[in-house]
Design a protein around this ligand. Sequence first.
Ligand SMILES: [Zn+2]
Ligand SMILES: [Zn+2]
Ligand SMILES: [Zn+2]
Ligand SMILES: [Zn+2]
Length: 340
Amino acid sequence: MRSFYCQCGGTLFFASVQCVACNRPTAMCPHCNAVRSMAVADDGVLVCDHCDRECRMCSNATQHAVCNCGVDASTEQTLCRYCRLNSVVPDLTVGDNLLKWQRLEMAKHRVLFDIERIGLPIVSEADSGLADDRPALQFEFKSSAIKPVSTGHADGVITIDIAEADSVHREQTRVEFGEPQRTLVGHFRHELGHYYWQLLVEPNSLDAFRSLFGDERKPSYADAQKRYYADGATPNWQGRCISAYATMHPWEDFAETFASYMDIVAVVETARHFDRTRVTADGTDFNQMLTAYRDIGIVANEFNRDMGLLDLVPEIHSEAIVEKLQFIDNLRQAAQKELV
Ligand SMILES: [Zn+2]
Ligand SMILES: [Zn+2]
Ligand SMILES: [Zn+2]
Ligand SMILES: [Zn+2]
């Protein structure tokens, strides 16, 4: 993620709510689409120091401190465009649910910001309707403390078990399932992969998808899932799939590869912003982006090992995996063209 600048010259970050140098309030300006310092007018309206346009804080920011986005003051909206996508939020009268929600929103905002940046469409409930029968994206944050919740995607609705925001639970699950990484941003990227399969692959690119990832009808998802949990990953998966979990079914292979593509975009974009590479993640050259990611990965892995942390870039890109990543890059190119 890039960083931003306050009017005082201080550095602001994606989640900043105040400049630590001059204490000025900051927010994601809906007009600049960047984090900016803000002047506060008498009526509580914020005026962006950069573009001079007005916004109000998202009500999830003022009431729960789970967001730092501004909402265009000329609209009736109270929630920002990311918070409007929530259909179920955690019960805040329970334990540390507020803390969990804050972590979830932080990850969700970050991932959606990147999704928009690379030009993938986000269909909201307001767009979806008679004129637009594409599935609207929604988020449900549910607690498995009440009844079992499975994190997953169905018809545009992404459900997340809020226990995933508990780092002890997440690490236990990571070890149990033998995953090299398990993070909140990773969950959002993976589930969004399922959403974009339905939105972009199913209507237009099924044949190309099947020739690379396999036929999603045979075996059925339910049969594939049973087999995976009984027997584990298919042997020697490393050259064919990005992760063990991806071997379960072509849908999971796609979602895991999509998540990996989003990792690549995020890391290369960050490196470019901080002048660590000249390559951009804007979709102009897929092969250059992948090479830059590998080069950065070698250095970042050593930094992480220096600090006793897990590898930043654990995966190996065989030719078959590169082809799958390229397929996702092609979807992105097509989506970008449609937006223009
Ligand atoms: Zn400042
Ligand atoms: Zn602005
Ligand atoms: Zn918000
Ligand atoms: Zn999945």
